[in-house]
Design a binder for this molecule. Structure first.
Ligand code: NAP
Ligand code: MG
Length: 477
């Protein structure tokens, strides 16, 4: 099998290959992909450094046209790319198509942003002097991404990095090199100059230090809290600018006055779609006493109607877990929740006749309490737990009672509670009568507490991380 190679300094670089497996059917090998080394990362950083002076000074029209070409090709090939995404990650085709479309739209948005960069002009406190505030690129940026959004997360980091004039060393998650490779191929054919964009596929644990090597100015990371904290420590010690998006333990509050159909649909989507493998998944369902029994009954019925199976089968609504390691983690948490006194209300086991893939039935626990591990630690699988609460005040307290704060949701028909929740949920993103997962591509994304560090991603807010501010004082004559 041909090895899909790394892309460094404008060249595809030969190296050892590693198989990429389909989680829906482990007998299906998606392809053989490079296994890069720390040396490859060093070469990529050097290439990015030498490309930076010309790229950072390039006119915005040229940059915009390149990003527009990338957007156009992604959107034109969306079905083929969605199939690859589905095959290597296990996201069902409908969701994969949505993700690829999002990636294309993100490049299009930042093609526009190239032409909208602006500054400020102020009068100085000193007579005859003007103050100009402008933004310049940060420099060489390392980009490290997780496996759960194999094309959208790379897109929302790479597009602003390039739009604002930075050079990139991109290290995708080891489990999903396919989408990263295709995206790289599209970027290089769009006319991005050699060295501006580099791809190094390989193991994070082996490449992590090199990605913070001499010549790197900033690192943007999405992934787990543990790895994020290591990157934060190491980058800070070297004076490298850091942006981190990490885990969640997102609460969805369902009040007695909620529309039951809306609440059930919102919970089903937020908790179980994408196999629960979204940082924005609703893993805690915080439900008021008066609606509790009807809600869990109806949610369990909706769960029973889901089709767990091969991600590329159009009938499937919930695909496999991404790999054997993640499946072990999910099953481990199901045991923990049981032992801690949770009641297994639905799911909990692997469907029969699914040995060739990493399938797990959507799983619901009831009668859990906020302090149980199932309600404090991120599972990252199709597992949700219900916490019964007395009133809105208790619901809010439970919702905020975790050390992460990515997003939170509320289902209610009360304007009073919705408005209070929007202001008091200690998170970066709040949803009212909508799933906690599922966000627009043109507005800021990010969390609070241990979920995030540094400036927000996406939309115009992306400029904060990918540029650095310059203040110039000018006296005429
Ligand atoms: P992960 O294990 O933290 O890995 C994320 C990335 O970091 C991968 O590319 C990984 O490479 C790399 N990595 C591993 N060790 C490293 C090191 N020492 N130095 C530098 N990079 C290293 O996370 P994951 O399992 O891929 O993704 C799941 C996690 O991502 C969940 O916690 C989820 O909540 C979070 N997530 C957050 C957001 C958000 O925006 N807040 C979005 C999506 C996902 P390898 O693949 O080679 O290990
Ligand atoms: Mg794979």
């Amino acid at each position: 099998m041909n090895v899909k190679q790394n892309f460094i300094g404008g060249e595809w670089v030969a190296g050892q290959g590693k198989p990429n497996l389909n989680p829906s059917d482990i007998n299906d090998v998606v392809g053989s992909y490079a296994n890069g080394t720390a040396r490859d990362v060093e070469t990529a950083i050097a290439a990015a450094r030498s490309a930076f002076p010309a790229w950072s000074m390039l006119d915005p029209q040229s940059r915009s046209e390149m990003l527009e070409r990338i957007a156009t090709e992604i959107l034109a090939r969306r079905e083929e790319l969605a199939d690859l995404l589905s095959r290597e990650e296990g996201k069902v085709v409908r969701e994969a198509l949505g993700e690829v479309t999002r990636a294309g739209n993100i490049f299009r948005f930042f093609a526009g942003e190239c032409l909208r960069q602006s500054g400020e002009l102020l009068a100085s406190v000193r007579p005859g002097v003007q103050v100009e505030i402008t933004r310049e690129p940060v420099g060489v940026v390392s980009i490290v991404t997780p496996w759960n959004f194999p094309i959208a997360i790379p897109a929302w980091k790479i597009a602003p990095a390039l739009a604002y004039g930075n050079c990139v060393v991109f290290k995708p998650a080891e489990l999903v090199p396919g989408c990263a490779w295709e995206l790289t191929d599209i970027i290089q054919r769009a006319g991005v100059p050699a060295g501006v964009f580099n791809l190094v596929i390989g193991k994070g644990s082996e490449l992590g230090d090199a990605l913070l090597g001499t010549g790197v100015d900033a690192i943007t990371f999405t992934g787990s809290v543990g790895v994020g904290n290591t990157i934060l420590r190491n980058a800070s010690a070297k004076g490298i600018k850091v942006q981190l998006e990490m885990g969640g333990k997102n609460g969805l509050v369902v009040l007695d006055d909620a529309d039951l159909d809306v609440a059930v649909a919102v919970a089903l989507d937020g908790s179980f779609f994408s196999t629960g493998q979204r940082c924005t998944a609703s893993s805690r369902l915080i439900v008021q006493n008066g609606i509790h029994d009807r809600f869990v009954e109806r949610l369990a019925e909706a769960m029973a109607r889901q089709v767990v199976g091969d991600a590329r089968d159009p009938q499937t609504t919930i695909g496999p877990v991404v790999d054997g390691k993640q499946l072990e983690i999910d099953l481990g948490y199901i045991d923990i929740a049981r032992q801690d006194g949770g009641r297994l209300f639905a799911g909990g086991a692997r469907p029969e006749a699914s040995r060739q893939g990493f399938y797990l039935a959507p799983t619901l626990f009831t009668e859990t309490t906020s302090q149980m591990r199932i309600n404090q630690e991120e599972v990252f699988g199709p597992v949700a737990s219900v916490i019964r609460v007395r009133d809105y005040e208790e619901a809010l307290e439970v919702c905020n009672g975790v050390d992460v704060g990515l997003c939170a949701g509320i289902c209610t028909t009360s304007l009073k509670y919705a408005a209070h929740f929007k202001r008091h949920a200690d998170v970066g993103m709040v949803m009212v009568n909508l799933p906690t997962a599922g966000v627009d591509y043109h507005v800021p994304f990010g969390g609070r507490k241990r979920s995030s560090f540094g400036p927000r991603e996406q939309g115009r807010y992306a400029a904060e991380f990918f540029t650095t501010v310059k203040t110039a004082y000018v006296r005429a004559g």
